[in-house]
Design a protein around this ligand. Structure first.
Ligand code: NAD
Length: 283
């Protein structure tokens, strides 16, 4: 199936990035958000990033305006009627996502593929909210989307071969590297990353080392570009806790139990960079 028109639902950090790379790769893109302010902010962020690319000589001014012309705002989910592919990137909440997929199933044309950018929720369950589970798939982009090369492509239990092949080909067109993964908690990326972050938090909790030293060990000793606690602050400690809970519940294995210190920070409202404080102070 050839994909030309794409709708991205959610104009936040991830949705705006996904819309940008799709438009840069020649797709016609509708960017939708239920919040008008978020939608305008998302579009403005894309324009700013493209302008920076022009300043740095990475893109011509003409390419920037062609890319911006391929992007249109949408405030109505019914606009999905004009799309071959919808990529959902709203909050990480199963009820919100299944409601959106139920609606999209009514509005999107019969041939359209419905994808989710979820970092941890089961694609099979999201697909079950529709009458086209064979055309539902996970497209897990990494943050920041315009820079990171990987897209985990998650096959739900009922995802068809045709859907998988179309999304794999589309990911290649985005100049990203697709990696096929099965629908298991945390997929591959977060199943490995989050327990590492959780273990780093345990080392602080048990007084083994300070946050600065834990990060220093992983940066200088393992050549990681960023220490796990700095990374946790960037991702958001609430998100880290949420994903650990998904792993813990999904596998029923105590090795995934979230560190009590992580729970305590989240309860205190220390969510990382976005709240001004996490393992480090910001501002
Ligand atoms: P975000 O909070 O920056 O953006 C979410 C956007 O969705 C907001 O603008 C909000 O207004 C909008 N929204 C919420 N409910 C909506 C609805 N019912 N209809 C339309 N719009 C709605 O979140 P984000 O960080 O961009 O994450 C989005 C998704 O991407 C989540 O599923 C998350 O798990 C996943 N993800 C996040 C990252 C990351 O590093 N932030 C990485 C990979 C995947």
């Amino acid at each position: 199936m050839s994909i030309k028109n794409v709708m991205v639902i959610g104009a936040g950090q991830m949705g705006a990035g996904i819309a940008q790379v799709c438009a840069q790769s020649g797709f016609e893109v509708l960017l939708h958000d239920m919040n008008e302010e978020a939608l305008q902010k998302g579009l403005k962020n894309i324009e700013k990033l493209l302008a920076r690319n022009v300043e740095k000589g990475k893109m011509s001014a003409e390419d920037k305006s062609v890319t911006m012309n391929r992007l249109s705002p949408s405030s109505d989910l019914k606009d999905a009627a004009a799309c071959d592919l919808v990529i959902e990137a709203v909050v990480e909440n199963m009820d919100v996502k299944t409601n959106i997929f139920r609606e999209l199933d009514q509005y999107a044309p019969k041939h359209a593929i419905l994808a989710s950018n979820t970092s941890s929720l089961p694609i099979t369950e999201i697909a079950a909210a529709t009458d086209r589970p064979d055309q539902v798939i996970g497209m897990h982009f990494m943050n920041p989307v315009p820079i990171m090369k990987l897209v985990e492509i998650i096959r739900g239990l009922q995802t068809s071969e045709e859907t998988y092949e179309s999304i794999k080909a589309m990911t290649d067109e985005l100049n990203k590297t697709p990696v096929e993964v099965k629908d298991f908690p945390g997929f591959v990326s977060n199943r490995i990353l989050m327990p590492m972050i959780n273990e780093a938090i345990y080392t602080v909790y048990e007084g083994v080392a300070s946050p600065e030293d834990v990060d220093r060990v992983m940066k200088l000793g393992m050549n990681h570009p960023m220490g796990p606690l700095t990374l946790a602050d960037f991702i958001g400690l609430d998100t880290c806790l949420y994903i650990m809970e998904v792993l813990h519940e999904g596998f029923g294995d105590s090795k995934y139990r979230p560190c009590p210190l992580l729970r305590q920070y989240v309860k205190a409202g220390w969510l990382g960079k976005k709240s001004g404080r996490g393992f480090y102070q910001y501002n």
